[in-house]
Design a protein around this ligand. Sequence first.
Ligand code: HEC
Length: 129
Amino acid sequence: MANPRARNRALAGITAVGLVMAVVAMTKAAEVTSFAEDIYPIIQIRCLSCHIPGGAGYEASGLDLRTYEGLMKGTRFGPMVVPGNVIESNLLTMIEGRAEIHMPFNKKLLTKCERLAFRRWVQQGAKDN
Ligand code: HEC
């Protein structure tokens, strides 16, 4: 490329592609829902008071929300979270207020953002991440 203008244009093109790739990479990283950072803090504040041994939720259903393993084990009747399946995941039905009773039991629903975080986490495979 003897022509300096053509070379500048080529360089600008390469820089633009690099910038787009960096932005895409950053957006992707931000979209991943983390159990430890996004989900568990909600559980601690809104669910744990009842879903520990001795609590009303645990005693009635067997659902122990102290750990990821407890959450994935579900209730005495089976799993409440089916990785990747938002339809079969009864936990979503309960927190989204689509069942006769909702969770948190007899309390205000979670915020839209919090409900969406749970939904995304299930969609992304309900990982222990
Ligand atoms: C004030 C107490 C309380 C809080 C807070 C609470 N739960 Fe519960 N939870 C219960 C009780 C009681 C049951 C049993 C309800 C029943 O089957 O009649 C239950 C049952 C459940 C079940 C099983 C439903 C079924 O049909 O067996 C799920 C799933 C659940 N809770 C999820 C959650 C989640 C997620 C949160 C937090 C967002 C939460 N709960 C907060 C009391 C609570």
